[in-house]
Write a protein that binds this ligand. Structure first.
Ligand code: GRG
Length: 297
């Protein structure tokens, strides 16, 4: 069997995801029109759609129909887009550039960006809860509860709080690891686990995917830190050298560039070990882990 080229797969998949997202985000005339425009601006065009691709790949292992896995992928991408819109606000990271375009609050205004993030968050859960996502109400409730846990105080938002509290403070690798596991790993973990939930897989498979996703997200975040130091602003579509300027403790400031590269490989290997039980079926998820290590955007 040939090798899987994840960037090529992602670019084909992105077009399909944009169609699904656009259908879930119809335009609206009237006084709330700007809200819909800001939501579309934030979620369409420019993202890699890596998290929905993880949902797609994981769910495909269990024979989940395309329409179901893409609705869950769309919900994950709405959450991701909301987190970026809020993260770019002046009160948080204060970033003017995202995906090579003005960030949402620059293209619109701060109030609209806050509301667009809030509305994407709500629309994600509405999408999961609708019967088209899965005929079984228990599966839909499981998806909603697992996503809520991944992005709340014990997940993404908790990680963001630790990030804020860690600015200009000397923290060690343990704190940086916990921060990244919550801020980035938790949504990756949900994305990988979603396939097992949709496919009503057995507990061992679900737990293996949960750990795989968490480790993958941690590796992704360390690569993100490396790209902030070594990456190309044009390819990334966002400002680089932000972390040092903001006085953030990153894996690079703690481990150095070579140490961080070794840590990424070690964590990716630990992620990959969780796929052994899937044999050949886990091939596409394995390719995603290798892509995360080599990505330049
Ligand atoms: C303010 C209520 C409130 C919540 C904010 C800001 C936030 C919650 C969470 C931050 C989450 C965050 C920004 C994590 C960083 C993860 C990361 C490395 C994002 C970049 O992901 P890519 O490279 O982006 O997949 P694309 O553009 O490809 O989608």
């Amino acid at each position: 069997m040939g090798t899987i080229c994840v960037p090529d797969e992602l670019s084909g998949f992105s077009g399909q995801m944009e169609g699904v997202l656009a259908a879930l985000l119809p335009s609206q005339r009237g006084p709330e029109e700007k809200l819909y425009e800001a939501m579309s601006y934030a979620v369409l065009g420019g993202g890699k759609y890596l998290r929905p691709y993880i949902v797609e790949t994981s769910a495909s292992m269990f024979g989940v129909p395309a329409a179901q896995r893409r609705r869950v992928g769309a919900a994950v991408e709405m959450i991701h887009a909301y987190s970026l819109v809020h993260d770019d606000l002046p009160a948080l990271d204060d970033d003017d550039l995202r995906r090579g375009k003005p960030s949402c609050h620059k293209a619109f205004d701060e109030a609209t960006a806050i509301l667009a993030g809030d509305a994407l968050h709500s629309l994600a859960f509405e999408t999961l809860a609708e019967p088209d996502t899965h005929p079984d109400t228990g599966v839909r409730a499981d998806l909603a509860a697992t996503l809520a846990a991944a992005i709340g105080p014990r997940g993404m938002v908790g990680g963001q709080m630790i990030d804020l509290e860690s600015e200009h403070v000397a923290v060690g690798a343990d704190v940086a690891t916990r921060l990244a596991r919550l801020k980035t790993g938790a949504l990756f973990s949900f994305s990988a686990t979603a396939g097992a939930i949709l496919g009503q897989a057995h507990r061992e498979a679900r737990e293996a995917l949960q750990t795989f996703g968490s480790e993958l997200g941690l590796a992704f975040q360390i690569v993100d830190d490396l790209l902030d130091v070594e990456g190309d602003e044009a390819a990334l579509g966002k400002k680089v050298h932000k972390d040092m300027t903001a006085g953030k403790a990153t894996f690079i400031s703690i481990l150095g560039i070579e140490g961080a590269r070794r840590e990424v490989r070690r964590i990716a290997d630990s992620a990959l070990a969780n796929l052994e039980m899937f044999g050949e079926r886990g091939r596409a998820l394995r390719a995603i882990a290798e892509y995360v290590l080599k990505r330049d955007r």
